[in-house]
Design a protein around this ligand. Structure first.
Ligand code: ZN
Length: 173
């Protein structure tokens, strides 16, 4: 495993499993010169965004440029564990996920019993039809094991799932 430091963003490159995995930690901002890791990427690349804690407008541009370059190279990109800040960006800007498949993402949940709030990981394929109908599944509370409920507006938070279809290519959808 190799770590690349890009300002406030650290990128771990892991090729042990056969497909390249990039694990990003920290902030996507003006220092996130992702072009520096372009050549590390293989034909099939998984990008783990679970620890991306903050994204600003310049960081989004760096990210979109990175994804476009990957797409131009024919790289098959899967985004996993998209953090809540990344999901907010994907909801605002279609191109934040252009050409990539979102496999899993975090969403805000609150326990109806103990009030615990937590960011829960949702696998898109496991819940796809429900999610596309704006119905996030209940999750089990890590504190008390009762049902937790989604605590954002589904129509707003899950918009990116509509974007993820049919916008591969020009990006002017
Ligand atoms: Zn609870």
């Amino acid at each position: 495993m190799e770590r690349v430091e890009l300002g406030r963003l650290q990128v771990d490159l892991d090729s042990r499993s056969g497909r390249i995995q990039l694990v990003m930690h920290g902030q996507l901002d003006e220092h996130s010169k992702l072009a520096k890791v372009l050549d590390e990427v293989g034909e099939t690349t998984v990008i783990d965004l679970g620890d991306v804690t903050f994204v600003n407008s310049v960081g989004v541009r760096e990210w979109i440029s990175f994804l476009r370059n990957l797409h131009a190279r024919g790289v098959d990109v899967t985004l996993v564990r998209c953090s809540e800040p990344m999901v907010h960006q994907m909801n605002m800007i279609i191109e934040v996920q252009v050409g990539a498949t979102v496999e899993s993402f975090f969403a805000p949940y609150e326990c109806g019993s103990c009030g615990c709030e937590s960011s829960m990981l949702l696998e898109v394929d496991a819940y796809r039809s429900k999610l596309e109908q704006g119905q996030p599944p209940p999750m089990k509370c890590p504190e008390c094991a009762e049902d937790m409920f989604f605590c954002d507006l589904p129509d707003r938070y899950l918009v990116f799932l509509q974007h993820s279809r049919g916008v591969v290519g020009g990006g002017n959808a």
